[in-house]
Design a protein around this ligand. Sequence first.
Ligand SMILES: [Zn+2]
Length: 623
Amino acid sequence: MKQSLKVGLLVFALCGSAAVWKLIGAHATPGLQTKEVPLLEIAHRHADQLLGFPESFPLQVAVFWTSPGPDPENPLPLVHSLKEMGIPFFITRDFPQALRHRLVILYPSVDSHTFTEAQADVLTTFVQQGGFVFAQNVFSGGLQNLFGFRSFAPSRKRYRLAFCATKDPVTKYLNRPEERETQLGSDHFPEIIWSNGYIPGPGAEVLAHFDDGSAALLTNSVGKGKVYLLGLSLLDVVLRNQNNRDYEAQRHYVNTFEPGADVWLLVLRAWYEAYGKDWVRLSTIPGGQRSALLLSHDVDWENSFAPGVDFARIEKANQANSTFFIQTKYVDDANSKAFFFAPNLNILRQLEAGGSTVGSHSIIHSRGFNKFELGSGHETYPSYQPRGLGFDTASGATVFGEVRVSKELLDGEIPGQDTVFFRAGHLRVPVSLPEALERSGYLFDSSFTADDVLSNFPFALPRDLGFEEDSEIYEFPVTIEDEESPGFAKRVPQALQVILANAENGAVSVVLIHSNESILKAAAEQDLLRQLPPDIVKTDMLTFAKFWRARDRLEWSLAATSIPTEAVLQVKSDESVTGLTFEFERPIETVTGGATMFPDNRHVVLPELAPGHSVSLHINYLH
Ligand SMILES: [Zn+2]
């Protein structure tokens, strides 16, 4: 009682309006419309990594999975890296099959048991004759000469990595200071991830070194081919960051450019583009554009609904759109009164009808959400009665309850709504969030910050935030938010710099602006939108997320024909998707099948794909 009075007085003071006070004071939980949310089973799509990624065309990078032992290190980190970069690949345990491809990745490590002496010789011959190998953590003495190292030293005390000034093509995308040097973990930890510092052999070139001076990435030219050797695992520098189990490797939490995981994706991209013959890559951005700015608003206060209309209007006027994450607060608790009722619901319907999209921002928006129990999955309105008790404590609340019941309400109260996007209150993430989301029918999440996960590309969220398999959920981490001092309105130039840094990499930027006021913040958003270069797409989060999901699940292949200047690009999507773009190394003269070619003759934008249909495009290269 005392607590709710305090909240009421705070609202009164903020708004200075007796009418608002009366509304809050007179409120009793009204009946709300719900739509049933079926509880789904978990789908294990790629339980077998080999079946999930079969060999289908010569341009594919061959991933030779070196350790299938009883407790094998899964290629999931490499799957994330290659798929996010749009690099075609397959995974195999068949060594001769791998060596039939020009580009080979050995994953996760090579020790004295990986290859027989005869196989090591075959590998060396493969490189001498023009093969290209990317490997990590090679320990085998028999392969020292091939990989160009004299010795190595394992350690958990290397905290930083710096790329060297070099003409080597694999570092071509690493031009900014935040990319030239990265942090592997915070020095607050006495030990962090494992690394292997190499001492290079004669002729090898060091491309990156650790803080103790040992080599982190080196390359060795052998005959017509070349090898690259990384003294780290992508498990530790990509996936561990993405699932936020890193040793606080990020240099900031939010609002800055942090490419600590992305640099490895960009190295792999540059490696593929340097050595793939007539390579083709699936672009990260639709419509042949350079980058995308994903706009979002969190509505987590009773007075945050009405200003939302102003944001939507300004976005429309600037050819943009946004996603509103709505807190479906139907209970009074220590943190606030209920506010998920009319007239707020009318505003919500108005936003949706106007083309904005809507996601869930939980029910009680608890700072303790990351510590909630998963729950049963049968939580439902109105019997689910969670209450925030204080700063980060709650009673009667579960992860399923927050996720599932908020969807029941949004889907029930907004005509035509199917809620598939979630953002946690205070960006607190329990490890069970992917499971609760996928089993409640969600597809997308935006509960991490990009700085915190050191990634500016969307990624599949691993189940249990672990290392074994992906959930059905894709993560779109928040790049820029509005609350950090001195506030978004004063940080527009800084935000623009971060967006441009991501654009250089074909990465995306996610902006979160709370719609608690629209005078300063909407003006600042308009300022940002107007300064955006025209080749950065301005979009709501849901539209881009649907594109990303279809892109990530796309099946495609490139086949040669009997004519040397012709190839056939075959594409199949399970879902409808527009704007898929392929980038070609070799300039193109014409393309069939309703695809659009860019003036640079190297980007091809596909027409809208119908779900489940296979499309063949005939590519004629320039002579
Ligand atoms: Zn919030």
